[in-house]
Design a protein. Structure first.
Length: 564
């Protein structure tokens, strides 16, 4: 697509302007990314170490169960040896023993002597009977606070710290123990104020990320200095600013290019659809034997902003290529229902045929939308025939499923332009359609001596074998019509010989005139048959003219009322 120098200047200026804005936004976004990276890293470390703390708590519960199953005398030398063997199997519990009525009676480290005489009081008890003690002096592990868990008469001692092996050297991890109300029992971290049990926070020059257990009353907080936190996201920060500037320039280019594209066929077509500037025309479909109009094909028309008519074979491929052909189908359906709805409700035998595409078949929302639209308009599904081109059914499996759904809803489905694509008995059998429309290239070959005419017999033989209805397209001469009439087959026809595509008002006028003539002819025949059975007055000719004239007037009034 060629762009004038003026438009090229607009593109360049817009690219520079939006690129500058993109650079500023990129700098800001870089800081956001930097912070998010640091926060995400902290939360990840906290979650990983929380899993370790939960695992240690599981080990402690298992050790307590084994200790309570001791087969040795209470607090005997054998039992303490048994306890030491149990604790050696686990990594985290460091000491164990017996507590009865708040009194420490023996310990794997202290033995049975040098025990504190004062009673110990638990901070809280869990619903399953686990007693929790915090930082019992005699049972401290070195100079670090300890957590003591008691189940039955057995207890184990655990460290209240988590190893710091996942963050830079200046970072720390804190294990916070909670009471049943969610309040911390210990505060080994320097955070002020109310404990933040979830998420991340910046406090006192540092970044904190916390994760709490869903199984135990404990949380792990990862702490990182501000300098270290910013260092984690610095590479992304250095990349984001120029990258966002480049993205801004590209965005500016495409925005300006979009402005330049206004006036292209696809842009104008989309605009015409949005502004409801397309219109509908309807081409008659007749019974081939008597020329009576029994249906019409709904055709969409477009006149561009220059006032020129754009042929469907030009703008339909554009919509298919650009991926918005479904919007045209919905436009046609909406206008068809509004323009032909009264006729279809008044005459259920009359049909309107609408073309749909492969994109419509693939759209899972198309069939529900179609049925909802018809139901709201009070139009029976059988009044709307659907035409699908052979090329639209190249994906046989998907096409067959969609056609089955449409027929199950009550629609007749025809293959349009039959003979130009994938024609075969197996093809039609798999699709299970109601009929075919023979493409006009075969009709136009009639009377020309072309070998193409020989294919007509094969096509109609295929239709007869499968019991399919046949509509012949493109009949423009009497010779072509007589060729198909001579086949002595029940067929319908469409072409300029029977009428070009016309607005809905013209179609309704033709229908009214056609029905009026047929009703008058029927009345004349009925009256003529009655006269042959009896003798008339002295001037029978005058009598017949008066009677026939009266019946013609009544028949005409009746047709007009039915169409209104």
């Amino acid at each position: 697509m060629r762009v004038s120098r003026k438009r090229a200047g607009v593109v360049l200026a817009a690219a520079l302007a939006v690129g500058s804005v993109g650079a500023v936004l990129g700098y800001w976004l870089g800081w956001v990314i930097l912070v998010r990276v640091a926060e995400g890293r902290l939360v990840e470390v906290a979650a990983r170490n929380l899993a370790v703390a939960d695992s240690h708590a599981d080990d402690a519960r298992k050790a307590l169960d084994d200790m309570n199953a001791s087969p040795y005398p209470y607090c005997s030398h054998q039992e303490l040896t048994f306890f030491r063997l149990i604790l050696a199997q686990w990594q985290y519990p460091r000491e164990g023993g017996r507590i009865r009525d708040g009194q420490i009676e023996c310990s794997t480290i202290l033995g049975r002597r040098n025990l504190p005489q004062q009673k110990v009081v638990p901070r809280y008890a869990t619903p399953d009977g686990l007693l929790v003690y915090w930082d019992l002096g005699p049972l401290r592990l070195g100079n670090r606070p300890s957590l003591v868990l008691q189940q039955g008469r057995s207890f184990v001692v655990l460290s209240a710290q988590v190893p710091n092996d996942s963050l830079p050297a200046e970072s720390r991890l804190h294990l916070t123990l909670l009471d049943p109300l969610g309040q911390p029992l210990n505060r080994t971290d320097p955070m002020d104020g109310t404990f933040d049990a979830t998420g991340v926070s910046w406090r006192q020059g540092g970044l904190y990320g916390t994760r709490c257990s869903t199984r135990y009353l404990q949380c792990v907080t990862a702490e990182l200095s501000t300098r270290s936190a910013l260092r984690l996201g610095k590479p992304l920060f250095l990349v984001s600013s120029p990258l966002m500037g480049l993205c801004g320039a590209v965005l500016g280019f495409f925005l300006a290019l979009t402005c330049c594209r206004s006036g292209t066929p696809e842009y104008d077509l989309r605009k015409a659809i949005r502004r409801d500037l397309l219109h509908m025309a309807y081409q008659p479909i007749v019974n081939l034997e008597d020329g009576r109009m029994v249906a019409v094909e709904a055709l969409i028309r477009w006149t561009d902003r220059e006032g020129l008519a754009v042929p469907p074979d030009v703008f339909v491929p554009i919509a298919e290529k650009e991926g918005f052909i479904g919007e045209i189908t919905r436009f046609a359906l909406r206008h068809l229902v509004g323009e032909m709805g009264s006729l279809l409700r008044a005459d259920p035998e009359f049909c309107v045929s609408l073309n749909i595409t492969g994109a419509d078949l693939a759209d899972e929302e198309f069939v529900p939308m179609l049925e909802t639209t018809l139901a709201q308009a009070g139009i029976p599904p059988k009044s709307l025939m659907l035409e699908i081109t052979e090329t639209s059914t190249a994906d046989h499996v998907r096409a067959a499923e969609a056609i089955h759904r449409l027929r199950a809803c009550g629609h007749e489905v025809y293959i349009d332009d039959f003979g130009t694509g994938y024609s075969s008995l197996a093809y039609l059998r798999d699709l299970s359609v109601d009929g075919i429309k023979i493409d006009k290239i075969f009709t136009q070959a009639v009377g020309t001596g072309s070998l193409t005419v020989n294919l007509l017999s094969q096509i109609m033989a295929i239709a007869e074998v499968l019991g399919l209805e046949v509509v012949v397209e493109g009949i423009e001469t009497e010779e072509q019509a007589q060729y198909f009439i001579a086949r002595d087959k029940r067929m319908r026809a469409q072409g300029w010989l029977y009428g070009k595509a016309a607005p809905v008002d013209e179609i309704l006028r033709i229908l009214a005139s056609d029905r009026e003539q047929r009703m008058v002819a029927s009345a004349v025949r009925a009256r003529g048959q009655g006269r042959r059975g009896r003798r008339l007055a002295a001037d029978p000719l005058q009598h017949a003219e008066l009677v026939d004239g009266s019946m013609e007037a009544r028949a005409g009034d009746s047709v007009k009322e039915s169409l209104l």
